[in-house]
Design a protein around this ligand. Structure first.
Ligand SMILES: Nc1ncnc2c1ncn2[C@@H]1O[C@H](COP(=O)(O)OP(=O)(O)OP(=O)(O)O)[C@@H](O)[C@H]1O
Ligand SMILES: [Mg+2]
Length: 214
């Protein structure tokens, strides 16, 4: 089981929206997915509560119990665990980062969000974790979005698609669905971001397998 943690110490970056949409896309690609919402606001959990399908599944845990919980989940044949974290420096946020195979850092393409990104990068690097960025709530091909991609790419890989500023994302969170269910542009964006993330999470495993048999 791979663990993807969505983190940004800035509030409102789009973490929960990304976590829900990535999990949805992972399920669509055939994976058995478990959600863990480490944020007391429970935005991801309330999206999940509105869903009818059981996959993605959801489980409650505390920061202290997270490592044991992940061990148990791996034994239950989950392929992917998506952890949403609060936008602060709490023990819940750091537990989510510590447990990750990869951290997805969503960021809005605005000067205050970019100026604050160093705090998140420090947290992730202190824990020696791999990370990648996705620009959220941006408008495609605007100067701000292009500049944000250029700034973020100095620190790490940036997802090839922006999750753009579309009401379909906010509506989807309120209805327990994916924005792609009623918005073709969003469907393509999320699919591109998921392909990028799944490549980073799972292809490394494939490479290791090749090395063992060589
Ligand atoms: N791509 C988008 N287009 C339009 N609105 C969006 C998009 N992504 C997020 N939002 C809206 O922005 C707000 C913050 O998004 P979200 O809750 O995903 O951020 P967050 O980083 O999880 O916030 P918090 O730090 O409070 O947990 C919400 O109202 C959400 O509906
Ligand atoms: Mg959130």
């Amino acid at each position: 089981m791979k663990v993807l943690t969505v983190a940004n110490r800035k509030g409102g970056a789009g973490k929960s929206t990304c976590a829900a949409h990535i999990a949805y896309e992972a399920v669509k690609s055939g994976l058995k997915v478990i959600l863990i919402d480490m944020d007391p606001q429970k935005t991801l959990e309330s999206w999940w509560q509105k869903r009818e399908e059981e996959n993605p599944f959801l489980v409650d845990t505390s920061a202290d119990d997270l490592p044991d919980m992940l061990h148990k989940l791996a034994l239950k044949n989950f392929d992917l665990c998506v952890i949403d974290t609060p936008g602060d420096a709490s023990i819940n946020a750091s537990a989510g980062v510590k447990a990750a195979d990869l951290i997805l850092i969503p960021s809005k393409p605005t000067p205050p969000d970019l100026a604050a990104i160093g705090r998140t990068i420090s947290l992730v690097e202190e824990n020696k974790k791999g990370y990648a960025f996705v620009i959220t709530q941006g408008i495609v091909r605007t100067k701000a979005t292009l500049q944000a991609a250029s700034v973020l790419s100095q620190f790490g890989a940036v997802a090839p698609s922006v999750i753009s500023n579309r009401t379909s994302y906010a509506n989807a969170m309120g209805q327990g669905v994916s924005a792609g269910s009623f918005d073709k542009v969003a469907e393509e964006e999320i699919s591109n971001v998921w392909n990028f993330i799944s490549g980073r999470l799972f292809d490394e495993q494939k490479n290791n397998k090749q090395k063992l048999t060589a």
